[in-house]
Design a protein around this ligand. Sequence first.
Ligand SMILES: [Zn+2]
Length: 301
Amino acid sequence: MKKHLLILSLVVFTFSCKSEKKSNDKLNVITTTTMITDLVKNIGGGDINLQGLMGSGVDPHLYKASEGDVTKLASADIIFYNGLHLEGKLVEVFEKMKTQKTVAISDALDKSTLIGSEYFASNYDPHIWFNIDYWIQATHFVANTLSEAVPEKREAFQLNAAKYAEQLKNLKTNLTTTVNTLPKDKRILVTAHDAFNYFGKAFGFEVVGLQGISTATEAGVQDVQKLSAFIIENKVKAIFIESSVPKRTIEALQAAVNSKNHHVEIGGELFSDALGTSGTKEGTYIGMFEHNVNTIVNALK
Ligand SMILES: [Zn+2]
């Protein structure tokens, strides 16, 4: 009898602790890439506890969860990730999550509109954030997911999402104006890896990546030779390094072009799979996009 009472009181104690946590504590949200962290921050604001796993300059294709990450993930209520096998090495960690809700941002999108890719098990190019219209859809998707989890904050989440979606629409309009100052025949974007296909499709650029669509495969000598011939043939003025990919591959490409008595400049650094340092303009999605477009247009003009 005594034993039963003890168990009962333990159960009651556990339950009362749990309900107390729900009413007082904010939702614990974990995000993977810096783009997703910025997105969720804009919608959740101060009404959620938000922790991003990856920092500036981190390559999500190669990212492995540290022990600290596993602890963070275990304390999460919701985990937002990109999906489409962008975070290739995190998938098995997510599969072990039992009580956490895991939400792929790419589930916000109609898959039939995505760019196909043979490099990923998903068969799609995962660099979806480079289509601003997709990011607007992702904004509403995140707001709905958070609203379901914390219904009493629905109004705040939806209002934040509406404001942010408006900012993204303005961003697209402004960037289109900037891109239109660049003649169509100069819109050739050569970068370290194929992150910019969605960008190219949206803004009318031919996009060529030295490394293929994932950084998990290194570029070979043949790739460098082929691409240097392409640069010379198309009179490409500048090629670009990426903040989350070592710059040696693009430097090798520049050397290959220059060895054939042609000149190609390194047009600057683009943010592809990670935003800039947190707290700077480029540390936000909007600032990153403005930086990339200005850098590209100025170098290719
Ligand atoms: Zn990538």
